[in-house]
Design a binder for this molecule. Structure first.
Ligand code: SAM
Ligand code: SF4
Ligand code: F3S
Length: 435
């Protein structure tokens, strides 16, 4: 009987997509996916190190696996990169540790584990797996696909561990990206999401002079792909040329995740974000000046070192001005290696939590209001899955829509009239076939 594997994934879309790559290799090796950890011969944790809590969680999960008998255990992702061999020192039943730049070595690590050898693959200068097109990818969804366009990050925001665990920014050559988009189009995919920690600075270091706006134009040419998204944008690199591409190319969806982090210029400077609140609002204004409704979402941090009530009020003001459809808000968490780690974490936890809940309360009202505004409207929806008798999909603005319809609509973009809007999900009825 073939060996079975089970992967648990934490963290961001890059990690989700890395798991799809690892899964692709394992299936290619003849392994099968297990239904649960219990029935797996190989258990993998693809981990996130952006905050401390998930790092502790990794260790407690690994402790739990110890009691599960004779299994191969591997740790992948950002905690693997951060902790390296320390993981095996603390948890000797772990067989291998592989950082994000080395996931293509999963086969080697598994085979070594079978011979009783431990492996730690965390060389940051390693050949980047994303540039290898022969890498088999087992995508979770048959209609919507992630495509890596760059790895790593060079921005060094003063709070963020990502540049230390994901390494320097490397852009993937446009020809490789286009080839992958064509393969996806031939396989029937309708939507692609271009992935990178800061897609707006795409192109740095490539032989050919090409930027993100150029890449969007190129990808847009590929027939069959109908919707294009990208994540994540950094406000400092949102040029007018890029705004024009995003707003005028019809396949690009009206959804922009544009993390602001804070509304206070003093805090933004300490964060090393390289834009002001005014510049951020100017980008939003320019985008809106095209006259199309665009859904914005954001990441925000409260309780950054030295953040005062006035600074926090600036953040509240920003979210009210932009009117995001949704936000991801976090309390500041000091991270090893980062610049801010050396600064006093001086906002008391109680105060951080108060600011977080106030921020979320204000945002909830905005989300609710914007969600309600969909009621009665007809929107395009790409249905991509079935869930307890409902067809579930997303609008171009990334809102979840559910409807009662037969499965033949899966993988199609369909016009839906929204009949009921909840905060995070819309319900509706199909009004006609494919658009
Ligand atoms: N590259 C993206 C960007 O520029 O926003 C995503 C970075 S990170 C993977 C996702 C979010 O985690 C960040 O946008 C930030 O809001 C949050 N984050 C990162 N480091 C943090 C820290 N030390 N404490 C709290 N939140 C943090
Ligand atoms: Fe972290 Fe800043 Fe890079 Fe985003 S842009 S990954 S927040 S360092
Ligand atoms: Fe976490 Fe690594 Fe993504 S730290 S948020 S999984 S890049």
């Amino acid at each position: 009987m073939a060996d079975k594997f089970f992967i648990r994934t934490f963290g961001c879309q890059m990690n989700e997509h890395d798991s799809e790559k690892v899964k692709g290799v394992l299936l290619d090796m003849g392994l099968e996916e297990a239904e649960s950890e219990k029935e797996a011969d190989l258990i993998l944790l693809n981990t996130c190190a952006v905050r401390e809590k998930p790092v502790h969680k990794v260790y407690s999960e690994l402790g739990r696996f110890k009691r599960m008998g004779d299994k191969v255990i591997g740790v992948l992702g950002c905690v693997a990169q951060k902790e390296g061999k320390r993981i095996i020192e603390r948890m000797p039943h772990v067989d291998f540790v592989i950082g994000p730049r080395n996931i293509y070595r999963i086969k080697e690590a598994f085979e070594r584990a079978r011979e009783g050898k431990k492996s730690v693959f965390t060389d940051q200068s390693s050949r980047c797996a994303v540039t290898d097109l022969s890498f088999p990818i087992a995508r979770e969804n048959p209609y919507r696909a992630y495509i890596t366009i760059m790895e790593g990050c060079d921005n060094f925001c003063s709070y963020c561990i990502v540049p230390f665990v994901r390494g320097r920014e490397v852009s993937r050559p446009p020809e490789d990206i286009l080839e992958e988009v064509k393969i996806l189009s031939d396989a029937g995919y309708k939507e692609i999401t271009l992935l990178g920690q800061n897609v707006n600075s795409y192109g740095k270091g490539l032989d050919k002079k090409v930027d993100f706006a150029d890449l969007l134009h190129m990808v847009h040419e590929v027939e069959g792909i109908e919707w294009i998204r990208f994540i994540t944008s950094h406000p400092k690199d949102f040029s007018d040329r890029l705004i024009e591409a995003v707003m005028t190319l019809p396949k690009i969806c009206e959804y922009i995740h544009l993390p602001a982090q804070s509304g206070s210029n003093r805090i933004l400077e300490l964060m090393n974000r390289k834009y002001t609140k005014e510049r951020y609002l100017e980008i939003v204004e320019k985008i809106r000046s095209y006259g199309k409704y665009v859904a914005f979402t954001s990441d925000l941090i409260v309780g950054f070192p030295t953040e005062t009530e006035e600074d926090f009020q600036e953040t509240l003001d920003l979210i009210k001005k932009v009117e995001y459809e949704g936000i991801f808000a976090f309390v500041y968490n000091p991270r090893e290696f980062t610049r801010a780690y050396n600064w006093e974490d001086d906002v008391p936890m109680e105060e951080k939590k108060r600011r977080l809940s106030e921020l979320l309360k204000v945002q909830d009202e905005i989300t609710q209001k914007l969600s309600k505004s969909y009621e009665g409207k007809v929107v395009d929806v790409l249905f991509d899955r079935e869930e307890s008798g409902w067809l579930v999909g997303r609008t171009r603005t990334f809102k979840i829509v559910k409807t009662r319809a037969d499965k033949s609509r899966l993988g199609h973009i369909v016009k839906v009239k929204i009949t009921e809007a909840k905060m995070y999900e819309l319900k509706g009825e199909i009004v006609e076939g494919d658009v």
